[in-house]
Design a protein around this ligand. Structure first.
Ligand code: THU
Length: 131
């Protein structure tokens, strides 16, 4: 991925956070997930009055993509006000499809806090090959 494409993915993730439905936490999260052939799926967090029914931005993007037939991903950008880290459930769900995917945590100014590989966020992860 070129630097221009990466900057575009970062901007897309920041924009996606604007669509977050967050009446409870007031903590917007945006995600931009890129397939290996360059398509981009966005996600935001969608909260629920039954709090555990909330879905995170990363999983929103992933389920949108997988439900459209995508299976192969090379990068996800996660944007929050403080460049927060993906939760454990999202790490696990993303690991199913793309343990070697690049993952960036950015803030809403586009500053990159972390730029690495998903499996480094989930050491010894349990995936399809574990069964
Ligand atoms: N959240 C995400 O969208 N992604 C994460 O990886 C961490 C948490 C959301 C869930 C909830 O709407 C808000 O952030 C506060 O936990």
């Amino acid at each position: 991925m070129s630097e221009v494409e990466l900057q575009s993915l970062i901007t897309t993730a920041i924009d996606a956070a604007k669509r977050a439905y967050i009446p409870y936490s007031h903590y917007p999260v945006g995600a931009a997930l890129r397939t290996t052939d360059g398509r981009v799926y966005t996600g935001c967090n969608i909260e629920n009055a039954s709090y555990p029914a909330t879905i995170c931005a990363e999983r929103t993007a992933l389920v949108k993509a997988v439900s459209e037939g995508e299976r192969s991903f090379d990068c996800i950008v996660v944007a929050t006000r403080n460049a927060g880290s993906p939760c454990g459930i999202c790490r696990q769900v993303m690991y199913e499809f793309a343990p070697e995917m690049r993952l960036l945590m950015v803030d809403f100014e586009g500053n990159v806090r972390w730029d690495g590989v998903l499996q480094d966020l989930l050491p010894l992860g349990f995936g399809p090959g574990s069964l």
